[in-house]
Design a binder for this molecule. Structure first.
Ligand SMILES: *Cc1c(COP(=O)(O)O)cnc(C)c1O
Length: 388
C-alpha cells in the first residue's frame, strides 16, 4: 500500500493525543479550550490559509488534527455526518463503476447506493465477506471499490479486513472500511490495508449524543485531495460548533470506551447465562462465529451486544420498555446505555425476506452499552429478563 506518512520518532499515548489537539488558532489568549469560529468567511491572505467555511475552518482543522492523530495516519477530513462522509467517497465514482459491498452494511449506506447513486449509473454487488468465495468474487468482478464494515449492524459479524485488503491491494482496488462501531481505538483499518477509514463521529467519537459528524482518514494524498474537494464541492462540511463539541468529546473517548467495553463484556456474559436469552452475539465471546478474527483484528470486543430473547414481538418490546437505564432509541456510542429493536426500528424498512436472511427477527435486541455503573445496568437487565 502506498503511504506518504512521515515517520515520527516519538508518539505520545492515545489518551494524551485525544486530549492535546494541535493549534487553537487563538494563541494570543492562552485559552485552554479552543474558541468556536462561526465565521463563514476569512480575510484573504490569512496565515491559516482559510477562505470560506465550506472549504475549511479552524474548528474543522483542530478536529481533523486530533482524528488523524488517534488514527495514526496522515490525513483526516471532517463532514457534517457519517452519511455525508459516505456521500463524499461515493461521489468519486462514475457511471458504470461497480462497488462490491459487504451485504450487511449500515442501512443508510445501502439506501444511498440503491436509491440515489444507482440513478447516476453506479452499480453495486452484495456479498457475504465472511464467506471465502467472496475473495474470488473480487478477482472475477474487478470492482472499482470495495466497501466493508466490521463489526456489522446489528449481528456483529466480523470481516477479516486484512485478508480482503491483501486481495484488493494486489489488484489496486481501493477499500473503504466503515469503522464507526470500533473507532481508531479498537481497530485500525489503515494499518491492515484499507485505503479509507470512515467514521460516523456522531457515535463513540463525540459520545454524548448531541452532535452529528463524519470523518474520513487516509494515508494517501490523492484520496485526501478528493475528500477535501468533495467537502467543498458537494457542501458536505460540518458546522464549526459541532466540530467544537466533537473535539471536546474526543478528549474522554479512551476513558469512555474503557468503561463501556468492560461493562459490555460483563453484560454479554450475564445475558448469555440467563434462561430467557436464546443467544448472545459479542465479538470476543467464545461462541462468536468469528471470535478468532475479532481477537486478532480488534483491541477489545466493543460496547455493542446483540441478543435474541425467548419472547415474541410484544414480549420483546415490553422487555425493552421495562428497562430503567436503557433508553429505547436508535443510534449508539453515547455515555448513556440504549436498547434498540432492529426489526421495528433501524431495519423497519427492510423487507421480510432480507430481514430473515440477515437474521433480524422480532426477538432480536441490540444494546449500546454506556458508562453507567455496571451494578445498575446488571440489576436492571436481570429484573427485566426475570419478568420475560
Ligand atoms: C450512524 C452510522 C452511520 C451514519 O452516520 P450519521 O452520522 O448518522 O450520518 C454510518 N455507519 C454506521 C456504521 C453508523 O452506525
Amino acid at each position: 500500500m502506498s503511504s506518504d506518512k512521515p515517520q515520527n520518532h516519538y508518539s505520545p499515548g492515545l489518551s494524551t493525543r485525544s486530549i492535546h489537539h494541535g493549534e487553537s488558532f487563538a494563541s494570543d489568549t492562552g485559552t485552554v479550550m479552543p474558541p468556536i469560529f462561526p465565521s463563514s468567511t476569512f480575510e484573504h491572505g490569512n496565515p491559516g490559509g482559510f477562505d470560506y467555511t465550506r472549504s475549511g475552518n479552524p474548528n474543522f482543522r483542530i478536529l481533523e488534527s486530533v482524528l488523524s492523530s488517534i488514527e495514526d495516519c496522515s490525513y483526516a477530513t471532517v463532514f457534517g455526518s457519517g452519511v455525508s462522509a459516505i456521500t463524499a467517497i461515493a461521489s468519486t465514482l462514475k457511471t458504470g463503476d461497480l462497488v462490491l459491498c459487504e451485504e450487511n452494511l449500515y442501512g443508510c449506506t445501502i439506501r444511498l447506493f440503491e436509491q440515489i447513486f444507482q440513478r447516476f449509473g453506479l452499480n453495486t454487488a452484495w456479498v457475504d465477506f465472511t464467506d471465502a468465495s467472496s475473495l474470488t468474487t473480487i478477482t472475477e468482478k474487478k470492482p472499482a471499490m470495495i466497501w466493508l464494515e466490521s463489526p456489522t449492524n446489528p449481528l456483529l459479524k466480523i470481516l477479516d479486513i486484512s485478508k480482503i485488503c491483501t486481495v484488493a491491494n494486489a489488484q489496486k482496488i481501493p477499500v473503504v472500511v466503515d469503522n464507526t462501531f470500533c473507532t481508531a481505538l479498537l481497530q485500525s483499518p489503515l494499518k491492515i490495508g484499507a485505503t479509507l477509514s470512515l467514521t460516523s463521529t456522531t457515535k463513540y467519537i463525540n459520545g454524548h449524543s448531541d452532535a452529528l459528524g463524519g470523518a474520513i482518514c487516509t494515508n494517501e494524498r490523492k484520496w485526501q485531495d478528493l475528500m477535501t474537494f468533495a467537502q467543498k464541492a458537494l457542501g458536505l462540511q460540518p458546522s464549526p460548533f459541532d466540530c467544537w463539541l466533537i473535539t471536546r468529546g474526543i478528549k474522554t473517548l479512551p476513558l469512555r470506551l474503557e468503561r463501556q467495553v468492560s461493562n459490555a463484556a460483563a453484560l454479554a456474559d450475564q445475558l448469555a447465562a440467563h434462561p430467557s436469552v436464546k443467544w448472545v452475539r459479542y465479538p470476543f465471546r467464545g461462541d462468536h462465529p468469528q471470535q478468532n478474527v475479532a481477537l486478532r483484528q480488534m483491541n477489545a470486543g466493543g460496547a455493542i451486544i446483540t441478543a435474541n430473547l425467548k419472547g415474541n414481538q410484544n414480549q420483546t418490546f415490553s422487555f425493552c420498555k421495562s428497562l430503567k437505564f436503557f433508553t429505547l432509541a436508535e443510534s449508539l456510542g453515547g455515555v448513556e446505555s440504549l436498547i434498540c429493536h432492529p426489526a421495528t426500528m433501524t431495519h423497519a424498512s427492510v423487507d421480510a425476506t432480507t430481514k430473515a436472511h440477515l437474521g433480524i427477527d422480532e426477538s432480536l435486541v441490540r444494546f449500546s452499552i454506556g458508562c453507567e455503573d455496571l451494578s445498575d445496568l446488571s440489576s436492571d437487565l436481570k429484573k427485566a429478563l426475570d419478568q420475560l
